[in-house]
Design a protein around this ligand. Sequence first.
Ligand code: NAD
Length: 274
Amino acid sequence: NLQSTTTLNNGVKMPWIGLGVFLVKDGEEVISSVKAALEAGYRSIDTAAIYRNEEGVGKAIAESNVPREEMFITTKLWNANHGYESTLVAFDESMKKLGLDYLDLYLIHWPMPSKGKYVETWKALEKLYKDGRVRAIGVSNFKIHHLEDILANCEIKPMVNQVEYHPRFNQKELHDFCKRNEIQLEAWSPLMQGGLFEEPVLVEIANKYNKSVAQIIVRWDLQTGVVTIPKSTKSHRIAENADVFDFELSQEDMEKINSLNIGKRMFADPDEFT
Ligand code: NAD
């Protein structure tokens, strides 16, 4: 069910499905989305400093009857704040906006190799972790060579890597690398921001299981061992996207979905994104 979790390399449990709130407006829109998710049984919410809706996320959490310890809240350090001290400051700002006394997962949003500061930034995350301010730390948009760099220079290895992941871009090599290193892969834009709903192979599989294409993709994420955070602001879709625990895709259908991969990103290459 929606409360089922993966165990991260430090023993912390993270829900397989969460709500993403990228491009969701602060205030009423994000508050009602998070509330709808919590009501539907979600316990994991994925925001970021740059989404500028941490306050609304915090408000929804504060107003909810769900106990804080049942929730799993993720936010991310923005690119402008790379560096040791600036990361510690940015973390405090996010926590103040969220109104939380501890965070569940803090991610470096992008590696920003042009700045050359992600290792130093990682040291700040390690400090926050050791100080008990955050239960797990990780990265986002890290390619294998960025992860190798971190692994060679870290004291605590990342628990999560959140990356673009959907049937058109399934990151097989990176996924295998993460598995070998006990780093949980997490999918962003799992629904390719809505770009896959007419895909004939997915439509056919959806009809076969009497599910929607969104549900087929979320189920594929789970069966490939990837944490997923589909976004919607509509309560019926929020509920729909997580209603995936009453069926299983056959090996054959999994292969069909795997074969949709074209190895092309929708968004920027992390080595070029600044
Ligand atoms: P997504 O792939 O989750 O697609 C969301 C869009 O699909 C919505 O706008 C909605 O229009 C549509 N949709 C959702 N459910 C639907 C349904 N059941 N039926 C029909 N349409 C439906 O896109 P996303 O928001 O880009 O990605 C999800 C989350 O990943 C984000 O909200 C954010 O939290 C995270 N993210 C992280 C990064 C990063 O750099 N770390 C980048 C992008 C997104």
